[in-house]
Design a protein around this ligand. Structure first.
Ligand SMILES: C=CC1=C(C)c2cc3[nH]c(cc4nc(cc5[nH]c(cc1n2)c(C)c5CCC(=O)O)C(CCC(=O)O)=C4C)c(C)c3C=C
Ligand SMILES: [Fe+2]
Ligand SMILES: [Fe+2]
Length: 369
């Protein structure tokens, strides 16, 4: 038995390529309680996500959480599920396609883009294998989380390292840690908000809501909280908002421990009670719309706000495959590819490359059982 994953045989003269992995969290394969349980089990067993000692956590997870949560989460997923599947997967796949096209148009050297999820499908392993089959010897990981958190960005990095631990011919690897204050990212958010305001008018209050993490993680050195506030400040500055025109909140508290505050649900109740006229909510930490933005923010949050006396509520969609965001992603990627892009790449080299790639693909097909 081979400990290492089977991979294409090394070929002399194979022109190497660069591979980009867009990393996201992952989502259930279907709406069934079974699929949601499988996804939650993989997700919540990750030590980056839940740091409770294993012997206690295994018990709580299997005998309490995985008994009750899959059913209630499946009902929430059902409210936002699309014909093509989970919104997170649909949006992240569209981003991958749009970025592939964009890079093909503007960079002559072949660069391959794959989507890799930390949990569920398409998996990080699938992304790495696909890139290796295309002879990518250099891989850049772009976690689709602008603000670094151990439970999101580092878990995506772990997922990649885990695959590489079982790889014989390990590629060169670079990872993008964060881009919470990158001018291209802030600008893409600004343009998307301005476009929304052009159609819907400017609100009396802009709520910028980020996914929460336990407060303990902040106290133990996680920079996520500060990066969220920096994004919010830069975005407010770019939009020329006064201090009383925007607020920051954190959502998706999980478990009983204290998480980052102010909590989104409490904030919406408060704004409702204060009869805030026109609230717009944006989630700058989510590159793709998903359960958390479409259900918790747009459905639950809207209900809390309106039922407490608020007047008008709108949700500003995530950047998804918005062309300004795809341009920004490409800009961030190219900055991180410095030294890897071959300036002397020619069309001849490219056609030679595609011939060898076809030969290699045929070889791999023959060899793999
Ligand atoms: C923005 C990045 C994210 C961080 C940081 C994060 C931390 C974190 N999340 C949980 C628990 C859950 N999160 C769930 C869904 C979910 N989380 C993120 C992103 C971050 N999470 C996304 C994009 C999604 C949506 C997935 C989708 O399918 O659309 C869920 C599952 C849904 C549910 O049952 O409520 C859980 C559970 C913890 C504990 C945590 C940090 C410690
Ligand atoms: Fe989460
Ligand atoms: Fe902070």
């Amino acid at each position: 038995m081979n400990y290492y994953t089977k991979e294409p045989q090394y070929q002399h003269g194979d022109p190497p390529k660069i591979g980009i992995i867009l990393a996201n969290l992952g989502t259930p394969d279907s709406l069934s309680t079974h699929a949601v349980r499988k996804y939650l089990q993989q997700f919540l067993m990750d030590r980056r996500v839940v740091e409770v000692p294993r012997f206690i956590w295994c018990w709580i997870l299997h005998f309490i959480i995985l008994v009750f949560r899959p059913g209630s989460s499946a009902k929430k997923y059902a409210k936002v599920w699309t014909k093509k599947g989970s919104p997170l997967l649909v949006n992240a796949s569209n981003q991958t396609k749009a970025l592939t096209l964009k890079i093909k148009k503007s960079v002559s050297q072949p660069i391959e883009v794959e989507l890799g999820m930390s949990y569920g499908n398409p998996s990080m392993k699938n992304a790495v294998l696909k890139l290796k089959e295309k002879n990518c010897t250099k891989i850049l990981l772009l976690p689709l989380y602008p603000q670094y958190a151990a439970s999101s960005s580092a878990s995506a990095m772990d997922a990649l390292w885990r695959i590489l631990l079982k790889t014989r011919n390990v590629p060169a690897v670079r990872t993008i840690r964060n881009y919470h204050d990158h001018p291209l990212y802030i600008n893409a958010l600004k343009l998307s908000i301005l476009q929304f305001w052009k159609k819907n008018g400017k609100p009396t209050k802009l709520v910028m809501s980020f996914h929460g993490i336990p407060k303990k993680s902040l106290m133990q050195g996680d920079p996520y909280h500060c990066e969220c506030y920096k994004t919010a400040r830069l975005l407010a500055e770019a939009l020329k908002l006064k201090e009383n025109e925007y607020v920051v909140s954190f959502q998706s508290r999980f478990g009983r421990a204290e998480w980052l505050k102010p909590y989104y649900a409490e904030m919406m109740a408060d704004l409702g009670k204060k009869k805030e006229k026109n609230v717009h909510v944006i989630c700058p930490g989510f590159s793709s719309d998903c359960l958390e933005t479409l259900e918790e923010i747009n459905i639950e949050g809207r209900h809390i706000f309106l039922s407490h006396g608020g007047k008008s509520f709108s949700y500003i969609p995530a950047l998804n495959d918005n062309s300004d965001w795809i341009d920004a992603m490409q800009g961030i990627i190219l900055e991180n590819l410095q030294g890897w892009i071959d300036k002397n790449w020619t069309a001849k080299k490219e056609s030679n490359n595609s011939a060898i790639t076809k030969k290699r693909a045929a070889l791999v097909e023959k060899k793999q059982p």
